[in-house]
Design a binder for this molecule. Structure first.
Ligand code: SF4
Length: 448
C-alpha cells in the first residue's frame, strides 16, 4: 500500500462516472496515482449511487467490503449520491469511513484527502448549488468520461422537473447548465484525443441553457458542436424530457449527419391519468405527434425510452394502456423499472401499495412484449449496411455498436474477425437477435 496511490470505484450512471473521472483528474494533478487494486492504494474512494434501493444496497455493500479490508494508514472516502442523501447514516452504518463528500462537491476531493492526511477530520461537504450559481464549477477538469473511442460529455447537472417518484432533484439540486464555452472546449479536447463519438448527458439534456438565458439551448449547442468538431463521427443525445423535444431540435438533428438519428426520451408511462399522478407530462397527443414528426424528419430514427411499472395505484387497465402503447409505437429500445418507494419524494405519501409479485409480473409482461418488438425492429436491418464503431474483439469475434446502440444499455453488432477498437467499419447485416445484430465486413475500413 502506497500513500500517494488512489483506488476509485464509480457506481451508478454515466453522470456519476464523469464526476469520478473529474475527481481522478484532480487527484492525479495533486500527485496521486490511480491503481486498480484497493490493497495497493493509500486512498480509497467510492463514488456511490443513491437513486433506488438496489443501487443503495450495492453502494453500502462495496463500502462495507472496503472498510472491512482497510489497512492501517489507508483512508476511505464515501462520495456521490448516496452520501448526499444519507451521509450521516452511511457514516454510522459503515464503520471505517473517514470522509464524506456530497455528489456536487466532487471538486473538493483533494482538500478532503489532504485534511485526512494531516490527521484531521474534514466536516462532511454536501451543500448544493442554488439557482444563482450560473455555470457549474468544473474545477478546471474535463467533465467527460472516456470509454474507448466514445466519451460521455456532461452538459449540465441537477434537475428542476417535478416527477413525483424521483429523488434526483433532492440529491443533485436544481438544473445548472455548464457554460457553452466549457462544453465546446471539452469537445475540442476529446476530438484532439481521437474520440469518434460524443454522448451528451445531463439529467435532462433538453433543459440545457435555460439558466444561461439561452432559449432552446440544446439545438443551439448542437449547431456549435457541429461547427467546432466536424471530425467527430457521431454526436448522440441522451435523457431528453418529453415536452421539450422541440421542432427546432428535430430540425437540427435531421439537418446534420453527425448528429445521430437516435434519441433517448424516457416517457415513464402512457396512461394520461397515471402520468398526471406521476407529475409527468401527460399530453399523449403531443407524444404521438412528436414521434411522428421525428420519424418523418429522420426515417431511420432509433428511439429509446424508459417506463415504470407498479407505480402506486396503477390499475390493470392503466397497465394495459402502456402495453398497447408500446405495441403501437414500436420503440427500438425500452428500459423498464419496477416502482421504487423513495423517501422525500412527492409520491412518498402514496406508500408502495402494488404487491411485489404484481410489479414483477407487469415488468415481465412489458419486457416480453418489447422483446418481440425489438426483434422485429432488428430484423428490418437484415440486408442493410450500417457503420459500426468497434468496441473490442476476442475469440475471432469483433463487437461494435451502430448508431442505434448507446453504450452499456443497448445492443451490439457482432462480426467475425478481429478488428482493432475505435475503428469505424461498414457492416452488412446478415442476422438479427432480440437485442443484437450479426453481419459481415462490407468493404474497407477507415484507419484511425
Ligand atoms: S426529469 Fe428525470 S431526473 Fe428529473 S425529476 Fe424527472 S425523472 Fe428525475
Amino acid at each position: 500500500m502506497t500513500q500517494n496511490k488512489f483506488y476509485l470505484i464509480s457506481l451508478g450512471c454515466a453522470k456519476n462516472t464523469v464526476d469520478s473521472d473529474s475527481m481522478a483528474q484532480l487527484l492525479y494533478r495533486a500527485g496521486y496515482e490511480p491503481v486498480n487494486t484497493p490493497g495497493d492504494a493509500g486512498v480509497l474512494i467510492v463514488n456511490t449511487c443513491g437513486f433506488i434501493d438496489p443501487a443503495k444496497e450495492e453502494s453500502l455493500q462495496i463500502l462495507g467490503e472496503l472498510a472491512d479490508k482497510k489497512q492501517k494508514g489507508q483512508i476511505l472516502i464515501a462520495a456521490g449520491c448516496l452520501t448526499q442523501r444519507y451521509g450521516a447514516q452511511v457514516a454510522k452504518q459503515v464503520a471505517g469511513i473517514d470522509g464524506i463528500l456530497g455528489t456536487r462537491r466532487w471538486m473538493d476531493i483533494v482538500e478532503v484527502v489532504n485534511t485526512l492526511r494531516e490527521g484531521k477530520h474534514p466536516k462532511p461537504l454536501y451543500h448544493l448549488p442554488d439557482v444563482q450559481d450560473v455555470g457549474q464549477d468544473d474545477a478546471g477538469t474535463l467533465r467527460v468520461s472516456m470509454q474507448g473511442a466514445s466519451a460521455y460529455l456532461k452538459i449540465a447537472d441537477g434537475c428542476r422537473r417535478p416527477c413525483a417518484f424521483c429523488a434526483i432533484p433532492l440529491i443533485k439540486g436544481t438544473a445548472v447548465s455548464r457554460p457553452m464555452g466549457h462544453v465546446l472546449s471539452d469537445a475540442r479536447a476529446l476530438r484532439d484525443m481521437g474520440i469518434r463519438e460524443l454522448i451528451l448527458i445531463a439529467q435532462d439534456t433538453t433543459d440545457y441553457g435555460h439558466d444561461l438565458g439561452i432559449k432552446d439551448g440544446l439545438p443551439q449547442l448542437l449547431e456549435r458542436l457541429v461547427l467546432e468538431v466536424p471530425e467527430v463521427d457521431w454526436i448522440r443525445i441522451m435523457y431528453a424530457y418529453p415536452g421539450y423535444v422541440t421542432d427546432h431540435l428535430i430540425e437540427t438533428m435531421a439537418k446534420h449527419k453527425q448528429i445521430l438519428p437516435y434519441l433517448d426520451m424516457p416517457l415513464q408511462h402512457a396512461h394520461p391519468q397515471m402520468l398526471k399522478r406521476m407529475r409527468r407530462p401527460a399530453n399523449m397527443d403531443w407524444v404521438y405527434r412528436t414521434i411522428a414528426k421525428m420519424r418523418a424528419a429522420m426515417p431511420d430514427l432509433a428511439i429509446r425510452t424508459t417506463f415504470i411499472v407498479g407505480y402506486p395505484g396503477e390499475t390493470e387497465k392503466e397497465f394495459q394502456t402502456l402495453l398497447d402503447f408500446i405495441e403501437e409505437i414500436q420503440f427500438d429500445r425500452v428500459g423498464a423499472f419496477q416502482y421504487s418507494f423513495e423517501q422525500g419524494t412527492a409520491s412518498e405519501s402514496l406508500g408502495d401499495p402494488i404487491p411485489p409479485e404484481v410489479k414483477q409480473a407487469r415488468w415481465d409482461r412489458l419486457m416480453e412484449a418489447q422483446q418481440k418488438i425489438s426483434l422485429s425492429r432488428n430484423q428490418a436491418f437484415v440486408g442493410h449496411t450500417l457503420d459500426v464503431l468497434v468496441e473490442g474483439s476476442g475469440d475471432g469475434i469483433t463487437l461494435g455498436r451502430s448508431y442505434r446502440d448507446a453504450p452499456e444499455i443497448d445492443g451490439m453488432v457482432m462480426i467475425e474477425g478481429s478488428i482493432p477498437p475505435g475503428e469505424m467499419i461498414p457492416v452488412r447485416i446478415t442476422g438479427a437477435m432480440t437485442y443484437d445484430l450479426t453481419g459481415d465486413l462490407a468493404g474497407d475500413f477507415e484507419e484511425v
